[in-house]
Design a protein around this ligand. Structure first.
Ligand SMILES: Cc1cc2nc3c(=O)[nH]c(=O)nc-3n(C[C@H](O)[C@H](O)[C@H](O)COP(=O)(O)OP(=O)(O)OC[C@H]3O[C@@H](n4cnc5c(N)ncnc54)[C@H](O)[C@@H]3O)c2cc1C
Length: 269
């Protein structure tokens, strides 16, 4: 069975079905679809990991989530011993969660099938942070290649890339989720310049990084003995929503390591 590879099938009009093997890197899939002029997952560029892991936590960034474009996953069900096609509607997708996360050990995802659109325009901008980067209103659709490049640039600015080599390559990954806030709290936070994002189902989520900083975890704070917080790499951490890691403070260990939103890293030279 192939663990890598992308297959494309043209449907009616500008609709395209893309099937990717679970072992294929997600970032490569996004780069491939953008290069092919296929829109709808361009804001997921640069997320580390394999495609098969993406549905598990419904990987998302900058207002797009993998679950939005999935039509189905093929997965081996270890409780029945059978391989099944699980339609997206049965995957239980939510904010960084899914059926596969809720039932650990039951499923091995083998491939993903996505429904994309051939277009020179990216999906609508729903994050204020991206809108500001594009100097375009929310809801606008920037050019596809430009939007994909802007996201990669923004991730690089914030230290949201997993390096291919070196000590930073080995890390525990991400565990922070942006917390839900009430509408009143959201407006209160927005009036203080905090990044707050309205989720498609109407709930509000505030930036965990911004809240931690507001609680006093500012650069220089000693988290514990020998572990001070450092400046986040983003020079405008409070400007907008961005990914769910916007503006997270970083820690430095006594051995010179830093932590960015749950990731330990060494300061670059
Ligand atoms: C620098 C950095 C930036 C990140 N940015 C983002 C971001 O913007 N948005 C976001 O959503 N996430 C982000 N993440 C989190 C991370 O990219 C995802 O969790 C990713 O999907 C993990 O992929 P992996 O291949 O390393 O999976 P692993 O860490 O190996 O596995 C993750 C989970 O998925 C399960 N799993 C893996 N493959 C399969 C499979 N084929 N079938 C069933 N279960 C499987 C594993 O058992 C495990 O429970 C970031 C992580 C880092 C380190």
């Amino acid at each position: 069975m192939a663990t890598r590879g992308i297959r494309t099938r043209h449907l009616a009009g500008d609709q395209v079905e893309v099937t990717v093997a679970a072992g294929h890197p997600l970032a490569d899939l996004v780069a491939h679809t953008v290069a092919e002029g296929l829109s709808s997952i361009e804001y997921l560029g640069g997320i580390p990991g394999i495609a098969g892991a993406a549905p598990v936590q419904n990987a998302g960034a900058y207002g797009q989530e993998i679950g939005d474009r999935l039509t189905a996953v093929t997965a081996h069900d270890w409780t029945t011993g059978r391989t099944a096609r699980v339609p997206a509607a049965a995957c239980g997708f939510g904010y960084r969660t899914s059926l596969f996360k809720q039932q650990p050990g039951r499923w091995t995802i083998l491939s993903l099938t996505l429904h994309l659109t051939r277009s020179t325009a990216a999906g609508p901008v729903t994050y204020q942070h991206l809108a500001a980067a594009f100097r375009a209103p929310l809801g606008s659709r920037p050019p596809l290649a430009e939007a994909a490049a802007a996201v990669l640039h923004d991730r690089a600015e914030r230290g949201l890339f997993l390096p291919q080599h070196g000590p930073d390559h080995r890390q525990v990954g991400s565990c922070f989720l942006n917390p839900t806030v009430t509408e009143d709290q959201a407006h209160g936070l927005l009036s203080r310049g905090a990044p707050v994002h309205r989720m498609p189902e109407g709930t509000w989520r505030a930036s965990a990084g911004w809240l931690l900083e507001a609680c006093g975890y500012r650069p220089g704070t000693q988290v514990t003995s020998g572990v001070p917080l450092l400046q986040p790499p983003n020079p405008h951490p409070h400007r907008g929503g961005g990914s769910h890691r916007a503006g997270f403070p970083r820690c430095a260990g006594g051995d010179g390591r830093e932590r960015t939103n749950g990731y330990w890293r060494r300061p670059s030279a």
